[in-house]
Design a protein around this ligand. Structure first.
Ligand code: GLN
Length: 247
């Protein structure tokens, strides 16, 4: 039975919110409201509990290395780690952007320091010498329930290089930009309803088709079952982001 309220928990909403990643939450809220669906937003910061049964979508934005370090310890604490694993195992949607994405894996090595990851997906991130991976980016993505591949366009800025282990599948194929490590042509990770990506933008205002996939999946609907919206402005934003990436 599809749910008529999308219940979102933002993890570390103050610390993990680089490039106004909070805009992703506003898009989810508006697109629910425009369709007559409810939207509930809860925040869970450092030391605060996460109830895996109380949310349909768990969101982590991007962050600077120093803010990530604070969050990493908390996310890897048994209470948060177990709750996040329980949510993922129950098919809840997890969306993590950039710094949040890096924390989904086994760890993030920053020189002599290694931040623990929450171990939800098989990936490792390393901050290497060499330039930050910065710029507009576009990837081709295939998602269950959609007719064909779609394009996600956004902006990336990360020092960490992420390498997927054999147990992980990328979210998409790089069409333009750097992606996970600037070399292997892969971007992000997806394991069932757990999605990680380097795309800011923020991601969802520029890619509302993906916002709708998240809403549908998190509320137990087929993507095609959501009422269509007038996306004239949103389509323009998507086209502009694609053009910026050189598509
Ligand atoms: N601090 C991380 C890095 O530089 C992630 C940055 C971000 O979230 N934009 O790799």
């Amino acid at each position: 039975m599809p749910r008529d309220v999308l219940r979102v928990c933002a993890l570390y909403p103050d610390l993990m919110n680089i490039y106004a990643d909070r805009g992703n939450l506003q898009v989810l809220e508006r697109r629910c409201a425009w369709r007559g669906l409810g939207f509930e937003l809860t925040g869970a910061g450092i030391g605060e509990p996460l109830d895996p049964a109380a949310h349909d979508l768990i969101y982590i934005g991007g962050g600077q290395d120093r803010d990530q370090a604070l969050c990493a310890q908390d996310l890897a604490s048994p209470a948060k780690r177990d709750a996040l694993h329980a949510a993922a195992a129950a098919g809840k949607v997890v969306l993590a952007v950039c710094g949040g994405y890096q924390l989904l894996g086994h760890g993030y090595a920053m020189g002599a320091e290694r931040l623990p990851g929450v171990g939800l997906v098989d990936l490792e991130t390393v901050r290497e010498d060499g330039p930050r991976l910065i710029g507009n980016v576009a990837i081709e993505v295939e998602l269950p329930g959609l007719d064909g591949p779609g394009v996600l366009a956004g902006f990336e800025n990360h020092a960490g290089r992420t390498r997927l282990g054999p147990g992980a599948q990328p979210l998409g194929r790089v069409l333009a930009g750097h992606g996970n490590d600037g070399a292997d042509g892969r971007e992000g990770v997806r394991s069932g309803n757990v999605v990680g990506t380097y795309l800011h933008g923020p991601l969802l205002p520029k890619n509302t088709w993906f916002a709708d996939w998240l809403i549908a999946t998190a509320t137990g609907r087929e993507p095609g079952a959501l009422a269509p919206l007038d996306d004239t402005l949103e389509s323009g934003a998507h086209r502009a982001a694609r053009r910026a990436a050189g598509l």
